[in-house]
Ligand binder design. Structure first.
Ligand code: CDP
Ligand code: CDP
Length: 224
Protein backbone atom coordinates (compact mmCIF):
# COMPACT_ATOMS: atom_id res chain seq x y z
CA UNK A 1 0.00 0.00 0.00
CA UNK A 2 1.63 3.27 -1.07
CA UNK A 3 -1.20 5.80 -1.06
CA UNK A 4 -1.04 7.94 2.10
CA UNK A 5 -4.33 8.67 3.79
CA UNK A 6 -5.81 10.86 6.49
CA UNK A 7 -7.18 8.92 9.46
CA UNK A 8 -9.63 10.69 11.76
CA UNK A 9 -10.29 9.14 15.18
CA UNK A 10 -13.04 10.64 17.32
CA UNK A 11 -14.83 9.51 20.44
CA UNK A 12 -15.56 10.24 24.09
CA UNK A 13 -13.00 10.68 26.87
CA UNK A 14 -10.61 7.81 27.59
CA UNK A 15 -11.94 5.50 24.87
CA UNK A 16 -8.34 4.72 23.90
CA UNK A 17 -8.05 7.15 21.00
CA UNK A 18 -4.57 8.54 21.62
CA UNK A 19 -2.97 5.23 22.64
CA UNK A 20 -4.30 3.53 19.53
CA UNK A 21 -3.73 6.53 17.22
CA UNK A 22 -0.04 6.68 18.22
CA UNK A 23 0.47 2.98 17.49
CA UNK A 24 -1.37 3.14 14.17
CA UNK A 25 0.76 6.15 13.17
CA UNK A 26 3.94 4.30 14.17
CA UNK A 27 3.04 1.21 12.16
CA UNK A 28 2.19 3.22 9.06
CA UNK A 29 5.00 5.79 9.49
CA UNK A 30 2.35 8.51 9.64
CA UNK A 31 2.34 11.68 11.73
CA UNK A 32 0.17 11.63 14.86
CA UNK A 33 -1.65 14.79 15.94
CA UNK A 34 -3.32 14.99 19.35
CA UNK A 35 -5.86 17.82 19.05
CA UNK A 36 -7.02 17.36 22.66
CA UNK A 37 -3.52 18.36 23.76
CA UNK A 38 -3.99 21.69 21.94
CA UNK A 39 -7.25 22.44 23.80
CA UNK A 40 -5.59 21.36 27.04
CA UNK A 41 -2.62 23.69 26.42
CA UNK A 42 -4.74 26.83 25.95
CA UNK A 43 -6.79 25.80 29.01
CA UNK A 44 -3.59 25.59 31.07
CA UNK A 45 -2.58 29.08 29.95
CA UNK A 46 -6.06 30.49 30.64
CA UNK A 47 -5.95 29.06 34.17
CA UNK A 48 -2.47 30.55 34.77
CA UNK A 49 -3.63 33.94 33.51
CA UNK A 50 -6.85 33.66 35.53
CA UNK A 51 -8.99 34.27 32.45
CA UNK A 52 -12.69 33.67 33.13
CA UNK A 53 -13.51 30.50 31.15
CA UNK A 54 -16.93 31.95 30.23
CA UNK A 55 -15.30 34.89 28.42
CA UNK A 56 -15.16 33.76 24.81
CA UNK A 57 -13.45 36.90 23.42
CA UNK A 58 -10.80 36.92 26.13
CA UNK A 59 -10.00 33.26 25.42
CA UNK A 60 -9.91 33.88 21.69
CA UNK A 61 -7.49 36.79 22.20
CA UNK A 62 -5.31 34.71 24.47
CA UNK A 63 -5.20 31.86 21.94
CA UNK A 64 -4.28 34.21 19.09
CA UNK A 65 -1.22 35.32 21.10
CA UNK A 66 -0.24 31.76 21.93
CA UNK A 67 2.02 29.29 20.22
CA UNK A 68 1.14 25.60 20.64
CA UNK A 69 3.42 23.03 19.08
CA UNK A 70 3.40 19.23 19.02
CA UNK A 71 7.02 18.14 18.82
CA UNK A 72 8.22 14.59 18.20
CA UNK A 73 11.05 13.67 20.57
CA UNK A 74 12.84 10.38 21.19
CA UNK A 75 10.49 9.47 24.08
CA UNK A 76 7.30 10.46 22.26
CA UNK A 77 5.29 13.56 21.43
CA UNK A 78 5.83 16.67 23.56
CA UNK A 79 3.53 19.66 23.84
CA UNK A 80 5.14 23.11 23.78
CA UNK A 81 3.15 26.10 24.98
CA UNK A 82 4.94 29.34 24.05
CA UNK A 83 8.05 27.18 23.73
CA UNK A 84 7.73 25.75 27.23
CA UNK A 85 7.32 21.98 27.62
CA UNK A 86 3.88 21.42 29.22
CA UNK A 87 3.45 17.74 28.28
CA UNK A 88 2.80 16.72 31.89
CA UNK A 89 1.13 19.94 33.11
CA UNK A 90 -1.76 19.63 30.65
CA UNK A 91 -2.84 16.29 32.21
CA UNK A 92 -3.64 17.59 35.72
CA UNK A 93 -7.12 17.22 37.19
CA UNK A 94 -7.54 21.02 37.10
CA UNK A 95 -6.96 21.17 33.33
CA UNK A 96 -9.03 18.03 32.66
CA UNK A 97 -12.03 19.37 34.54
CA UNK A 98 -11.81 22.81 32.84
CA UNK A 99 -10.94 22.00 29.22
CA UNK A 100 -14.48 21.33 27.96
CA UNK A 101 -15.57 24.81 29.12
CA UNK A 102 -12.83 26.37 26.97
CA UNK A 103 -13.43 24.04 24.00
CA UNK A 104 -17.13 24.83 23.74
CA UNK A 105 -16.58 28.44 22.56
CA UNK A 106 -17.08 28.80 18.78
CA UNK A 107 -14.31 31.42 18.40
CA UNK A 108 -11.80 29.22 20.20
CA UNK A 109 -12.76 26.27 18.02
CA UNK A 110 -12.53 28.32 14.82
CA UNK A 111 -8.93 29.26 15.56
CA UNK A 112 -8.02 25.71 16.66
CA UNK A 113 -9.59 24.08 13.60
CA UNK A 114 -7.70 26.50 11.31
CA UNK A 115 -4.42 25.55 13.00
CA UNK A 116 -5.23 21.83 12.85
CA UNK A 117 -6.18 22.00 9.17
CA UNK A 118 -2.76 23.55 8.41
CA UNK A 119 -1.18 20.48 10.01
CA UNK A 120 -3.00 18.10 7.66
CA UNK A 121 -2.27 19.76 4.37
CA UNK A 122 -0.36 16.59 3.52
CA UNK A 123 -1.80 13.07 3.85
CA UNK A 124 -0.12 10.43 6.00
CA UNK A 125 -1.65 11.63 9.24
CA UNK A 126 -3.60 10.18 12.16
CA UNK A 127 -5.49 12.86 14.08
CA UNK A 128 -7.62 12.25 17.16
CA UNK A 129 -10.18 14.41 18.93
CA UNK A 130 -13.90 15.08 18.98
CA UNK A 131 -14.67 16.80 15.65
CA UNK A 132 -11.95 15.49 13.33
CA UNK A 133 -14.18 13.45 11.01
CA UNK A 134 -17.00 15.99 11.12
CA UNK A 135 -15.12 19.34 10.87
CA UNK A 136 -11.33 19.24 10.79
CA UNK A 137 -10.86 16.61 8.03
CA UNK A 138 -14.37 16.00 6.65
CA UNK A 139 -12.80 14.34 3.60
CA UNK A 140 -10.62 11.92 5.60
CA UNK A 141 -10.35 8.57 3.82
CA UNK A 142 -10.74 6.71 7.14
CA UNK A 143 -12.99 7.84 9.98
CA UNK A 144 -13.19 5.90 13.22
CA UNK A 145 -15.59 6.59 16.06
CA UNK A 146 -14.13 4.88 19.12
CA UNK A 147 -16.34 4.12 22.09
CA UNK A 148 -16.25 2.07 25.31
CA UNK A 149 -18.53 1.90 28.35
CA UNK A 150 -18.11 4.68 30.94
CA UNK A 151 -17.11 2.14 33.58
CA UNK A 152 -14.41 0.60 31.36
CA UNK A 153 -13.06 4.04 30.45
CA UNK A 154 -12.94 5.15 34.09
CA UNK A 155 -11.23 1.89 35.08
CA UNK A 156 -8.59 2.37 32.41
CA UNK A 157 -7.84 5.93 33.59
CA UNK A 158 -7.83 4.73 37.20
CA UNK A 159 -5.24 2.05 36.40
CA UNK A 160 -3.19 4.60 34.45
CA UNK A 161 -3.25 7.05 37.39
CA UNK A 162 -2.18 4.41 39.88
CA UNK A 163 0.63 3.22 37.60
CA UNK A 164 1.87 6.79 37.34
CA UNK A 165 1.79 7.27 41.11
CA UNK A 166 -1.19 9.66 41.18
CA UNK A 167 -4.03 9.39 43.67
CA UNK A 168 -7.23 8.21 41.98
CA UNK A 169 -10.86 7.63 42.84
CA UNK A 170 -12.88 5.46 40.45
CA UNK A 171 -16.24 7.07 41.22
CA UNK A 172 -14.84 10.57 40.79
CA UNK A 173 -13.32 9.52 37.46
CA UNK A 174 -16.67 8.14 36.26
CA UNK A 175 -18.35 11.40 37.23
CA UNK A 176 -15.65 13.53 35.56
CA UNK A 177 -15.81 11.47 32.33
CA UNK A 178 -19.64 11.63 32.26
CA UNK A 179 -19.60 15.39 32.78
CA UNK A 180 -16.98 15.99 30.08
CA UNK A 181 -18.82 13.75 27.58
CA UNK A 182 -22.03 15.63 28.32
CA UNK A 183 -20.52 19.09 27.69
CA UNK A 184 -18.64 17.87 24.59
CA UNK A 185 -21.74 16.19 23.14
CA UNK A 186 -24.20 18.97 23.90
CA UNK A 187 -22.25 22.05 22.87
CA UNK A 188 -23.67 23.92 19.88
CA UNK A 189 -20.49 24.16 17.81
CA UNK A 190 -18.95 20.95 16.50
CA UNK A 191 -20.28 18.66 19.21
CA UNK A 192 -18.91 15.18 19.75
CA UNK A 193 -20.93 13.12 17.29
CA UNK A 194 -20.20 10.19 15.03
CA UNK A 195 -19.72 11.31 11.41
CA UNK A 196 -22.25 9.69 9.08
CA UNK A 197 -19.44 7.86 7.27
CA UNK A 198 -17.43 6.87 10.36
CA UNK A 199 -16.91 3.26 11.43
CA UNK A 200 -17.76 2.68 15.07
CA UNK A 201 -15.28 0.59 17.06
CA UNK A 202 -16.39 -0.45 20.54
CA UNK A 203 -13.20 -1.11 22.50
CA UNK A 204 -14.89 -2.11 25.79
CA UNK A 205 -13.67 -5.69 25.62
CA UNK A 206 -10.79 -5.27 23.18
CA UNK A 207 -7.08 -5.01 23.94
CA UNK A 208 -5.04 -2.15 22.53
CA UNK A 209 -3.43 -4.54 20.03
CA UNK A 210 -6.84 -5.76 18.84
CA UNK A 211 -8.07 -2.22 18.26
CA UNK A 212 -4.85 -1.31 16.41
CA UNK A 213 -5.24 -4.43 14.25
CA UNK A 214 -8.81 -3.54 13.34
CA UNK A 215 -7.91 -0.02 12.36
CA UNK A 216 -4.90 -1.09 10.29
CA UNK A 217 -7.23 -3.51 8.47
CA UNK A 218 -9.73 -0.71 7.78
CA UNK A 219 -6.90 1.52 6.51
CA UNK A 220 -5.62 -1.23 4.22
CA UNK A 221 -9.09 -1.67 2.73
CA UNK A 222 -9.43 2.08 2.22
CA UNK A 223 -5.96 2.46 0.68
CA UNK A 224 -6.44 -0.12 -2.05
O1 CDP B 1 -7.67 12.21 26.25
P1 CDP B 1 -8.99 12.68 26.77
O2 CDP B 1 -10.12 11.88 26.24
O3 CDP B 1 -9.03 12.84 28.24
O4 CDP B 1 -9.26 14.14 26.21
P2 CDP B 1 -8.50 14.95 25.12
O5 CDP B 1 -8.55 14.26 23.81
O6 CDP B 1 -7.18 15.33 25.65
O7 CDP B 1 -9.44 16.23 24.99
C1 CDP B 1 -9.66 17.10 26.07
C2 CDP B 1 -10.89 17.94 25.78
O8 CDP B 1 -10.61 18.82 24.69
C3 CDP B 1 -12.15 17.20 25.39
O9 CDP B 1 -12.90 16.74 26.50
C4 CDP B 1 -12.90 18.27 24.60
O10 CDP B 1 -13.57 19.18 25.46
C5 CDP B 1 -11.77 19.05 23.92
N1 CDP B 1 -11.55 18.64 22.53
C6 CDP B 1 -12.40 19.13 21.58
O11 CDP B 1 -13.37 19.81 21.90
N2 CDP B 1 -12.17 18.87 20.25
C7 CDP B 1 -11.13 18.12 19.88
N3 CDP B 1 -10.91 17.91 18.58
C8 CDP B 1 -10.26 17.59 20.85
C9 CDP B 1 -10.51 17.84 22.17
O1 CDP C 1 -7.20 9.31 24.07
P1 CDP C 1 -8.30 8.77 24.93
O2 CDP C 1 -8.70 9.70 26.01
O3 CDP C 1 -9.48 8.31 24.14
O4 CDP C 1 -7.78 7.45 25.66
P2 CDP C 1 -6.29 6.99 26.00
O5 CDP C 1 -5.65 8.00 26.87
O6 CDP C 1 -5.58 6.57 24.76
O7 CDP C 1 -6.58 5.63 26.80
C1 CDP C 1 -6.96 5.60 28.15
C2 CDP C 1 -6.33 4.38 28.81
O8 CDP C 1 -6.97 3.19 28.34
C3 CDP C 1 -4.85 4.20 28.57
O9 CDP C 1 -4.23 3.88 29.80
C4 CDP C 1 -4.77 3.02 27.63
O10 CDP C 1 -3.60 2.25 27.81
C5 CDP C 1 -6.00 2.23 28.00
N1 CDP C 1 -6.57 1.39 26.91
C6 CDP C 1 -6.90 0.08 27.15
O11 CDP C 1 -6.68 -0.39 28.25
N2 CDP C 1 -7.47 -0.71 26.18
C7 CDP C 1 -7.73 -0.21 24.97
N3 CDP C 1 -8.30 -0.97 24.05
C8 CDP C 1 -7.42 1.14 24.71
C9 CDP C 1 -6.84 1.92 25.73
Amino acid sequence: MTRKLAIAIDGPAAAGKSTVAKKVAEQLSYIYIDTGAMYRAITLKALHHEVDLNQEEALEQLLKQTSIELVQESDGQHVKLDELDVTKDIRTHEVTSSVSYVAKHPKVRKEMVARQQKLVEQRGVVMDGRDIGTHVIPDAEVKIFMIASVRERAERRHKENIENGFSSDLNELMEEIRKRDEIDSQRETAPLVKAADAIEVDTTSLSIEEVVGRIIHIVEQAGR
